[in-house]
Design a protein around this ligand. Structure first.
Ligand code: ATP
Ligand code: MG
Length: 432
């Protein structure tokens, strides 16, 4: 009995992994199209690395002592025993792909990617185990002009998408050496305070991570900690000052957040996050920064780099708040057929129409049914017109066209009977 119940239980999606349904697609397409267009206007080129990489790549780049590598990765043994991981983020793959394919040898490279990422986190609104990111990476520029350009581009995303109240937080992590000095001061401070279990463990391995703790009990200790900006080396200091003045010249507002350290180890100098207050606690919609040491660390020739990634689900949630009614792509015409041989007649007309008017969206009634049930389906499809094909129409080599929606153009009109050519003429003048 038990076995039977288990067998008949319907299979559900994996926890934290969501279906994106047709009704949401207009938002996704709008967002993806808008962002892609802007990326292209800044000369970025798309790259599509695989979804699976060797585990070592992420361990070495993101850092062994980060949330992602310690507890969030989907890692499994391949059949030959290799340890593989579903990518938790895109930067490591871009770096690996760039080195492997010799992309960084030629001047400056601006790359972008989009696709699913996988992290075994506690699912909640705005936090999933499979989620989508669009990200961009630039290789080969040390100067802060690119930091400013990349931030200006992200600002343009929000502006073009009509998203308001997204604010920029900015910090500099300085050089690796400056971070060492700071690290000592931080450890010294933190050792004198009571820490949660995670932070105690990190105190030796990766104390900066403690500043990124989401534990509310840790916030007072974190607030009182020494500030990295006070320890910046001169070059990083100058880099940061120039970036700030470039942002001011571009009229981009920002807030310096001296505790912004980011959840991944590879960052240095500039780090930034775009945050909204409109999504509750999962408010970061875009995050990035410089990672000048990573390419060399992964085995490539030393190449400065900067990049960011955006959480698409969070941006879609914002879009949905702003635009209440998405326009689903309904068919323009639903084709109904009743009578002997009308199916082949209908198929021929629909192929003819697709040739003549490639923009037209046609939905054939497949699977038969009475005229009444086909007409019901036509209505449900959201189409503007039902095409009616009976034996009568077929014998006259005509089509019947009936209006399903009242618009200014259709209000007064009865069903039309048209020849094939008249149909094309009529439809090509119709405003959809
Ligand atoms: P968070 O602090 O929210 O965990 P993170 O620092 O881990 O973010 P990044 O690795 O920088 O995030 O990823 C960039 C963006 O991707 C985040 O700002 C967020 O918008 C999105 N993101 C990260 N993890 C998730 C997730 N589990 N579900 C949905 N979106 C996510
Ligand atoms: Mg995280």
């Amino acid at each position: 009995m038990l076995a039977l119940t288990i067998m008949s239980k319907t299979i559900q999606a994996v926890r934290g992994m969501k279906d994106i349904l047709p009704a949401q697609m207009p938002y996704w397409h709008h967002l993806e199209d808008t962002i892609r267009h802007i990326l292209e206007s800044y000369a970025y080129q798309e790259i599509r690395p695989p979804l699976v990489e060797k585990t070592e790549l992420f361990a070495r780049s993101i850092g062994e002592v980060t949330d992602i590598v310690e507890k969030e990765m989907y890692t499994f043994a391949d059949r030959n025993g290799d340890s593989l991981t579903l990518r938790p983020e895109g930067t490591a793959s871009c770096v690996r792909a760039g080195i492997e394919n010799g992309l960084f040898q030629k001047q400056i490279h601006r790359l972008w990617y989009k696709g699913p990422m996988f992290r075994h986190e506690r699912p909640q609104k705005g936090r999933y185990r499979q989620f989508y990111q669009i990200g961009a990476e630039v290789y080969g520029v040390t100067t802060p002009d690119i930091d400013a350009e990349i931030i200006a581009m992200t600002a343009r995303f929000w502006q073009q998408l009509g998203l308001k109240n997204i604010v920029l937080q900015l910090n500099s992590l300085g050089s690796i050496e400056a971070r060492k000095t700071y690290r000592e001061a931080l450890v010294n401070y933190l050792s004198q305070h009571s820490l949660d279990e995670d932070s105690q463990r990190r105190l030796q391995s990766n104390p900066l991570r403690i500043l990124d703790s989401k534990n509310p009990d840790m916030q007072t200790v974190i607030q009182g900690a020494p500030v990295l900006l006070d320890y910046l080396d001169e070059v990083s200091q100058a880099h940061f000052e120039t970036l700030k003045s470039l942002l001011a010249a571009l009229d981009i507002d920002y807030k310096i957040n001296p505790r912004l350290v980011r959840g991944l180890d590879y960052y240095n100098r500039t780090v930034f996050e775009w945050m909204t207050t409109e999504l509750g606690s999962q408010g970061t919609v875009c995050a990035g920064g410089r990672y000048d040491g990573l390419v060399e660390q992964i085995g490539g020739r030393a190449t400065p780099a900067i990049g960011f990634a955006m959480g698409i689900e969070r941006l879609i949630a914002l879009l949905e708040q702003y635009q209440k009614t998405p326009s689903v792509q309904n068919p323009h015409i639903y084709i109904t057929m009743v009578g002997d041989n009308t199916i082949s007649y209908g198929l021929r007309i629909s192929e003819f129409l697709r040739n003549a008017l490639p923009q037209l969206r046609l939905e054939m009634n497949c699977g038969g049914g009475s005229f009444k049930s086909q007409f019901k389906r036509a209505d449900k499809s959201g189409a503007q017109f039902a095409m009616i094909l009976g034996e009568d129409e077929m014998n006259k080599q005509q089509v019947g066209l009936k209006f399903l929606r009242q618009t200014e153009q259709t209000q007064t009109k009865e069903q039309l009977n048209l020849s094939w050519d008249e149909l094309v003429n009529y439809l090509s003048e119709f405003q959809y």
